[in-house]
Design a protein around this ligand. Sequence first.
Ligand code: CMC
Length: 430
Amino acid sequence: MPETVQIRLDGKVLECPVIVSTENEKAIDISKLRSTTGYITLDPGFGNTGSCQSAITYLDGDKGILRYRGIPIEQLAEQSTFVETCYLLIYGRLPNSKELDAFSTAFNEHSMIHEDMKNFFNMYPSSTHPMAGLSAMVCSMSAYYPELIKEDPTEEEINRIAVQLLSKVRTICAFSYKKSIGDPLVDPRHDLRYVPNFLNMMFSSPTKPYKIINEVVRALEVLLILHADHEQNCSTSTVRLVGSSHANLYASISAGICALWGPLHGGANQAVIEMLEMIQKDGGNVAKYIAKAKDKNDPFRLMGFGHRVYKNFDPRAKIIKQCADDLLKKLGIRDPLLDLAKRMEEVALKDEYFISRKLYPNVDFYSGIIYRAIGIPLNMFPVMFAIGRMPGWIAHWKEMIEDPATKIGRPFQIYTGPTKHDYVPIEQRS
Ligand code: CMC
């Protein structure tokens, strides 16, 4: 493998270093291309561009590999908890039991939200999409906890904001759900772990305490772990880009939540269920909708299918499909949408259109079935993705801010507008 690559342009020669990752991925460092030759690279959608070096998550889309800090996602889904996975992502290694206890205790200390913040829930219309509420509230935390925002936060301050965000975000989400259905808010409880605490805040009421079911807790735990990071995706790149201007962590994460909201990204889990419901209402004609997804004149896409990186299978989808099957069996639920989803997957995976484009079910195809079984309302599905992705965003923001090589993110463009022409006074315009 060459150590450098030569680029010759207009009589100028640039020696570009070849960068090799710990997993043997290769990149050409073209950071001096513009200053040396005057050329930039054009890569719409960044399909071929590495924006940073990162030690957090490794994925190989062809082999269906996903690892957090080197640990395979399958092992974490089976043996870890969401809180432990948060620690792993943010601090780079698994905690010992003392560290994990201290981390979990800090979650309890930070689980309440500022009393004044509760006014937000009263001011928003009940029809507000929870992602709008969540992004606004997370950004507003910089107003309620201003002592933690400064240009150069210490390690301890970053740790405190991280725990605050991870803990409070769960309270904010549960409160906004309660508000949307007109129920009194349920405070977090110190005796409950992260996931049962969230479920209790969501579903407990003064007349009917929530019965914690271990299988439900585990299924949600697995979903959160599987969503916890996915390297330089749209929302994580947004967090890094916003943070690269030294915007505070709350503001950067709020921007990430907005990026996640779209149906091509974290909003896909909601869009999948809406699509399945529509197909079911229309008689469950799988062939018709597969044909629509293939028709280039039809805007319909098979939501929950396809991925920029995974071209063989999405390892998260494999675990989630099994998890959905197991949970529904344990809860004795028969969800016709799960059967429909499986039929769609079967037909699509045998179809030349999907085979040739390497389109497989992604993380969002089956996750909604689990959320439905738990009782989480449809418009909160992207919020569940956001709760899960929180540790990944924090880990990337922290890694970026601590890396002396970080520069403000500022891509270039190829201008396609008019060339220079003079201003015409209004009375002379036709
Ligand atoms: N249904 C039908 N055709 C599709 C689909 C789909 N779901 N996804 C991709 N294609 C086709 C696309 O039309 C294109 O065909 P052609 O080469 O003939 O023009 C080809 O496959 C490549 O697609 P692309 O849009 O260029 O691929 P991308 O890498 O830019 O987009 C994607 C990836 C995930 C946005 C896209 O596959 C998609 O829109 N999927 C549906 C939305 C979805 O499920 N999003 C969740 C992604 S996983 C969660 C996350 O991490 O965000």
